[in-house]
Ligand binder design. Structure first.
Ligand code: AHR
Length: 546
């Protein structure tokens, strides 16, 4: 397709979107014929999809660390040195690239020295989240979720990363510890065995070999819980904390704490202030970390919602697309060469906690098919911006917010989000290529106002002759019969994997851990072209052999 005819195709698509704004859904009869198109421009590369886009986040919040990950060495729950075995076993399968720890807001009240040395001597400290009430206002009880025993510290975190096959990313405390603690924590982690008092301390904790931690976050949400800084103040702190740290041959990468959602001013002013003494300061920043949560409206229950709530949540999650492009544009004002890349180190859909989880396990819920679509469309957004995004960490791994797992004592289940990460793992390290989708737009209502959401969206990547195509059909009831064509390649074989249900609220539970799981489908290929029916309310992966 020439650039001109492609533009015509896109304009026709856009016209179709505008024209469909008022339509709530297309009639079921129309779903039998082709009503959508997907053109995959294999010869238009965007960039390599960094495996780190498929990363995770673990905070000392509610039941994430204590019970979620750490069950204790003496526990009857199967564990590897105190770490929940079922979690490690499942996590490994989805190739987790990086795990961020210890927060979140917790990071800026955490003293890393509390979490090292003999476990019996470690102090108990009030957790940042100790006074947070669950949304149902149920009574919380004392316990490790409120008063942290520091049983899970740096050495345990690194062991967890090693078991899972992930790289560690440590968020340092800028609000309540001096810069010295950042460089001594780095020394504790990375100094060669026997070289310093810090490396001796590490060895005394059972780890002679250095941890070689590359990723270091300089605070967390400094515009809020991380210190209520102005962007200018934070830029000064960032320069100071990163002015010198010991390297030990490890390529230390500093991550600066970026904006809350659409706060472009935080981005613009930070970069201006950072570079006020010269553009060289940009060399000291590996990534600029955005946080964005798609909170639900009205009924905030994770698994009870209306069809309008369904669309509303998906549309809110889709805001990630404009957040990425807008912050990227703001960064360019002071960093036109884009030395600094984007990171999204907290993202997900945030609902109220489930009533059958302990009150201390803040925002612990099983997640539904709706959350799976949020995961799919968000990961697709990151893939499409592979030239800008170097890491993304879903919030969080287990027992809170957009979690992939739910654990309570000896009970454990994967959530629908886990399945999406499993389906999307093929994208890691692939070459993201351009896609053009065309499908009728969906209309819905938010607070009585008409809204619109696209009809199909996704991403595609090429690696070793396999084209991985992932697609979200957000329509609650209608399938999309899609004509898929490739430019720059010929399809020989296609296999489909689909996560979908006729029940939008479908979710897994401890009793029914496989209630929602992906299914495989075969797809016929005729003369190199593919006609595929994307199920309603679905996330689909197509594995195409070229
Ligand atoms: O993920 C929960 C919290 O959300 C994190 O601690 C904080 O960074 C964000 O506001």
């Amino acid at each position: 397709m020439t650039m001109q005819s492609r533009r015509a195709f896109i304009e026709a698509t856009a016209a179709g979107i505008a024209g469909a704004l008022v339509a709530r859904s297309i009639p079921a009869a129309r779903a039998q014929s082709t009503d959508a198109k997907l053109e995959i421009l294999v010869n238009e590369p965007i960039g390599t999809i960094q495996p780190d886009i498929y990363s995770h986040f673990v905070e000392h919040l509610g039941g994430v660390v204590y019970d979620g990950i750490w069950v204790g060495e003496g526990s009857s729950i199967p564990n590897v040195g105190g770490i929940r075995k079922a979690l490690v076993d499942k996590l490994k399968t989805i190739k987790p690239a990086v795990i961020r720890w210890p927060g979140g807001c917790f990071a800026d009240s955490y003293d890393w020295r509390d979490g090292i040395g003999a476990p019996a001597n470690r102090p108990r400290r009030t957790d940042f989240w100790a006074d947070t009430r669950p949304s149902q206002n149920r009574a919380t009880t004392d316990g490790p979720q409120r008063f942290d025993p520091n049983r899970f510290g740096t050495n345990e975190f690194i062991r967890f990363c090693r078991l899972a096959g992930a790289a560690p990313y440590i968020a340092a405390n800028v609000r309540s510890l001096p810069a010295r603690d950042l460089y001594q924590w780095i020394e504790y982690c990375n100094a060669p065995a026997g070289s310093t008092t810090m490396s001796d301390l590490r060895a005394a904790g059972g780890d002679r070999d250095p941890f070689n931690v590359q990723y270091w976050g300089v605070g967390n949400e400094p515009w809020g819980c991380g210190g209520n800084f102005t962007p200018e103040e934070y830029a000064t702190e960032f320069r100071r904390y990163t002015a010198w740290v010991p390297k030990f041959g490890v390529p230390v990468k500093f991550i600066a704490a970026g904006p809350n959602g659409g706060d472009r001013e935080w981005t613009t002013r930070f970069f201006r202030a950072l570079t006020a003494r010269g553009a060289g300061a940009l060399n000291g920043v590996y990534g600029w970390a955005l946080h964005y949560y798609a909170g639900s409206t009205g009924d905030r229950n994770a698994v009870q919602f209306t069809t309008d709530d369904w669309y509303d949540m998906l549309a809110r999650a889709d805001r990630m697309e404009s957040l990425v492009t807008q912050h990227w544009a703001s960064m360019a004002e002071s960093d036109p060469a884009h030395k600094v890349k984007l990171i999204v180190d907290e993202w997900g859909a945030w609902h109220a906690g489930a009533a059958d989880m302990p009150a201390n396990y803040l925002w612990a819920y099983p997640g539904s098919l709706r959350d799976a679509l949020v995961a799919g469309l968000t990961l697709d957004t990151f893939n499409r911006h592979a030239d800008k995004i170097v890491m993304a960490n879903v919030a969080q791994l287990v027992n809170t917010i957009h979690s992939l797992f739910l654990a309570r004592e000896d009970q454990f289940t994967v959530t629908p989000n886990f399945h999406v990460f499993a389906m999307y793992a093929d994208h890691q390290g692939g070459q993201s290529v351009r896609t053009v989708f065309s499908a009728p737009t969906i209309g819905f209502s938010r607070d009585g106002r008409a809204q619109a959401l696209w009809g199909l969206a996704g991403s595609a990547s090429l690696r070793d002759g396999t084209l991985t195509v992932t697609v979200v059909n957000p329509h609650a009831t209608d399938a999309r019969n899609c004509a898929i064509t490739l430019k720059g390649g010929t399809v020989r074989d296609v296999r489909a994997t689909v996560l979908s249900s006729t029940d939008l609220r479908a979710h897994n539970s401890f009793d029914r851990p496989d209630a929602l799981a992906p299914r495989d489908e075969t797809v016929s290929v005729r003369s190199g072209s593919v006609q595929y029916r994307f199920a309603p309310a679905s996330v689909t992966r197509l594995r195409m052999q070229l």
